[in-house]
Design a protein around this ligand. Structure first.
Ligand code: FAD
Length: 425
C-alpha cells in the first residue's frame, strides 16, 4: 500500500524503534500477579508489582502497544475528558474530588517514569492546548477553565489572537492551555514501560492470548498456549480491545500524518510543540512529532466503505489549520478503538479474590492507565483497596452499546461530509 494516501499505516508503529524482545511461554508458571493485556494499564501494573518484589507475568495477545496504547494521539493530560466539576457532579463531591486530584498527577507519574527508566519516546512537556474550533467553542472552554481553576489547576484561557499566535493556525478561536500536560510517542512509551517491567523481573509473553480463567478459591488459573499460569492475583487490562460485551461503547478515532516537513514550512506550525484537540462535536486533534510530521485526527474509523470521507476531511482540515501545508500528502493513516462509557467515567471492576479489571477511560488513558495500573497492582497484591482511584464495582454493563457505536460513526461521517460540502465548519 506504500505510495497511496495513508499507505504507510500507523505512524507510531513505524517510528517506535525495535519491538520488545520476549520469549514464548514454554512451561506452566506460578506467579503472584498475572496481567492480561500489554498496554499502559497492564504494563504499569506489571512494572510497579515487579518493583515491589512480586513475581509477575504479562500475557499480550498481539504485541505490546497493539491496542489503544499504540494508536492514540499521545496527549498526556491531567484529567479526564469531562471537566472536574462534572466528574464531581456524577460521582458525588467526595469521590469526584478524589479522582480529580489523583488524575491531576497523571502527567507527573508518566514523565517521571520516562525519566527514571530512560524511555526514548519523544516526550515533550510543553503543555496542551484545547482549542475553540469556532467562536461558539469558547463558552465550553470558559466552563472548563472555571471548573479547573476551582480545583487549583494552573490553566490559562487564551484569546483568539493569543491562540493563533501559539498554534500558528488561523482556524482556532481561543484555547485553554494546561502547562501540566505534554505529548509522547505513545507506542514507544508502551515499549519503554514493557522493558522497564522486564528489567524489574516481569515476564512478558507476546502473541499469546489469555484463555479461560478459573478460580480455585485463593488462586487463579489461566490457560494460554497449552500451559497453565497459576496466580494469586489477576488484572485484566484489555480495555477497548477486550472481548467482554457491554462494558463500554467502542468509538473509533483516526489519525493521518504528513511526511517529515522542512523547517521553512514548519516554522509557524505549533512552534511550542503543544499537543492540541478541539471543542468540535466530532472532536479533532493536531500535533507534531519529533521528525517534523504534522498529524491530524478525529473521531471516525478507516475500515468501512464511507471512510474515504474521513480521509478527504483530514486533507482539508490540514489545509484549514495550516494553509501553507495545503496539499501535503498524508502518508500515514490509522485508527484505534476507544472504550467510551455512557457517563465518560472509567470503571474498576472487582471479580473473585484479588481479581480486577479497569476500562472505559473514554479517550484519556495515558495518565489514567499508568495511574490505574499502579494502583491496581498495589490493591491486587495487598488486598487493600484504599489506594484505588475509584470504588470497584462487582460487574458493569451498559445497554445499547452497539447502537451507540453506530451512532458515533455515522455521526462522524455525516459531519465530516457536511464540512467537505461546505455546509459546516
Ligand atoms: C485513536 C486513539 C486516540 C487516543 N488519544 C488519547 C490521548 O491523546 N491521550 C490519552 O490520554 N488517551 C488517549 N486515548 C486513550 C488511550 O490510548 C487508552 O485509554 C489507553 O491506551 C488504554 O490503555 P490500556 O492499557 O488500558 O488498554 P490497551 O492499550 O488497549 O491494551 C489492551 C491490550 O490487551 C490485549 N488483549 C486483548 N485481549 C487479550 C487477551 N485475551 N489476552 C491477552 N491480551 C489481550 C490487546 O492486544 C491490547 O494490547 C486514545 C485512544 C485511541 C484509540
Amino acid at each position: 500500500m506504500a505510495g497511496t494516501a495513508g499507505g504507510k499505516g500507523n505512524l507510531w508503529s513505524a517510528t517506535a524503534g525495535p519491538a520488545v524482545e520476549t520469549a514464548p511461554l514454554s512451561e506452566d508458571l506460578t506467579v503472584d500477579l498475572l496481567v492480561v493485556g500489554g498496554g499502559f494499564t497492564g504494563l504499569s501494573a506489571a512494572l510497579h508489582a515487579a518493583q515491589s518484589g512480586a513475581r509477575v507475568c504479562v500475557l499480550e495477545a498481539e504485541e505490546v502497544g497493539h491496542g489503544g496504547s499504540g494508536r492514540n494521539v499521545g496527549l498526556v493530560n491531567a484529567g479526564l475528558w469531562l471537566p472536574p466539576g462534572e466528574v464531581a457532579k456524577i460521582m458525588g463531591e467526595r469521590a469526584g474530588a478524589r479522582l480529580n486530584a489523583i488524575l491531576a498527577g497523571g502527567p507527573d507519574l508518566v514523565f517521571d517514569l520516562i525519566e527514571r527508566h530512560d524511555i526514548a519516546c519523544e516526550a515533550v512537556r510543553n503543555g496542551t492546548l484545547h482549542c475553540a474550533h469556532a467562536p461558539a467553542g469558547l463558552s465550553d472552554l470558559e466552563r472548563r477553565h472555571a471548573q479547573l481553576t476551582a480545583i487549583g489547576a494552573p490553566v490559562t484561557l487564551l484569546s483568539a489572537e493569543e491562540a493563533r499566535a501559539r498554534t500558528g493556525s488561523p482556524a482556532v478561536h481561543g484555547a485553554l492551555f494546561d502547562p501540566r500536560a505534554g505529548t509522547v510517542q505513545p507506542k514507544a512509551y508502551a515499549r519503554g514501560l514493557a522493558r522497564a517491567a522486564q528489567a524489574a523481573g516481569a515476564i512478558i509473553v507476546q502473541g499469546l492470548p489469555a484463555g479461560r480463567r478459573q478460580s480455585t478459591g485463593d488462586r487463579w488459573v489461566v490457560e494460554a498456549g497449552g500451559h497453565r499460569i497459576t496466580s494469586r492475583a489477576l488484572i485484566e487490562a484489555t480495555n477497548a480491545y477486550g472481548q467482554t460485551p457491554g462494558r463500554f461503547t467502542p468509538m473509533h478515532f483516526f489519525q493521518m500524518a504528513t511526511a517529515p516537513l522542512p523547517e521553512e514550512l514548519l516554522k509557524d506550525v505549533l512552534p511550542g510543540l503543544e499537543g492540541c484537540w478541539d471543542t468540535a462535536l466530532v472532536m479533532s486533534s493536531f500535533r507534531r512529532d519529533a521528525a517534523g510530521r504534522v498529524i491530524v485526527g478525529a473521531i471516525g474509523a478507516l475500515d468501512h466503505l464511507a471512510s474515504g470521507v474521513h480521509q478527504a476531511w483530514a486533507q482539508r482540515k490540514l489545509a484549514r489549520l495550516f494553509p501553507q501545508l495545503a496539499g501535503q500528502p498524508l502518508e500515514h493513516a490509522w485508527h484505534g478503538r476507544i472504550a467510551s462509557t455512557a457517563d465518560h467515567l472509567p470503571r474498576i471492576e472487582r471479580f473473585g479474590v484479588r481479581g480486577y479489571a479497569a476500562y472505559g477511560y473514554s479517550g484519556r488513558g495515558i495518565g489514567t492507565g499508568t495511574l490505574f495500573g499502579k494502583a491496581l497492582a498495589q490493591a491486587a497484591l495487598s488486598a487493600e483497596e484504599a489506594a484505588l482511584p475509584l470504588v470497584p464495582v462487582p460487574a458493569y454493563a451498559e445497554k445499547m452499546t452497539a447502537a451507540r457505536a453506530l451512532y458515533y460513526e455515522t455521526g462522524a461521517v455525516t459531519m465530516h461530509g457536511l464540512e467537505l460540502a461546505g455546509v459546516k465548519g
